[in-house]
Design a protein around this ligand. Structure first.
Ligand SMILES: Cc1cc2nc3c(=O)[nH]c(=O)nc-3n(C[C@H](O)[C@H](O)[C@H](O)COP(=O)(O)O)c2cc1C
Length: 193
């Protein structure tokens, strides 16, 4: 599928069929995530594939009872590795690059999952200590995202987006980008905040 089509189709799916992800697909999702750019090619993150029911339950509890995490047949847990990035980049690596490395890789995983017909959801509301406990991570790793995934049991409505000129600017932050729509399928309904 065309990348822009994947972007247009992706939405947060919070209800899954019980079928476990195909082994080949799971491996492909990890390969796709590992293509993500990272500072100095360090890939300062770890991703844990979680499929055991009891671990998924612990993850859902760590996510303050977001039960759909326990109902997914699998989840990916991305954790930043600050020490790995700090060894080369000092405090910028520790505080920023490792988080960016993990975040970009997690996004790639989510998009690859979409491309392969899986629904997923970025879950960021969790207790760090409990997520670490669920995946056997030490304090040196920072949980960044829990991504439950599985074949979607429902396709949610798209959520709105802020108008492009409100978010994107031209040359300086004071000038809205004079956006001309090109692919209408990429444009979400305008947010009314
Ligand atoms: C940093 C971050 C944290 C999020 N945390 C949660 C979460 O804890 N639980 C949840 O159900 N969705 C969570 N989401 C998903 C957002 O609610 C969702 O991406 C947003 O509403 C846009 O909808 P869409 O993904 O369908 O485009 C999170 C997304 C991001 C990027």
């Amino acid at each position: 599928m065309d990348l822009l089509e994947v972007l247009a189709r992706r939405r947060s799916v919070r209800s899954y069929l019980p079928d476990p992800p195909d082994e080949g697909d799971l491996n492909l999702i990890l390969e796709a995530a590992s293509t993500a750019p990272s500072a100095g090619d360090l890939q300062a993150y770890v991703c844990v594939v979680v499929r055991r029911r009891e671990s998924l339950r612990r993850l859902a509890d760590a996510c303050y009872g977001q039960d759909f995490v326990a109902e997914a047949p699998a989840a990916l847990v991305f954790l930043a590795d600050p020490d790995r990035s700090a060894r080369r980049y000092g405090s910028r690596g520790r505080n920023l690059y490792c988080v960016q490395d993990a975040t970009i890789a997690a996004s790639y995983a989510q998009l690859a999952a979409e491309d392969l017909g899986y629904g997923s959801c970025w879950v960021g509301a969790f207790d760090d200590r409990s997520v670490r406990g669920a995946v056997g991570a030490g304090r040196e790793l920072i949980p960044i995202a829990v991504i439950p995934l599985g074949r979607p049991a429902e396709i949610p409505e798209v959520t709105p987006r802020r108008p492009i000129p409100e978010v994107f600017r031209l040359e300086d932050v004071g000038t809205p980008f004079p956006h001309r729509p090109v692919r209408r399928d990429l444009l979400r309904p305008a947010a009314r905040f």
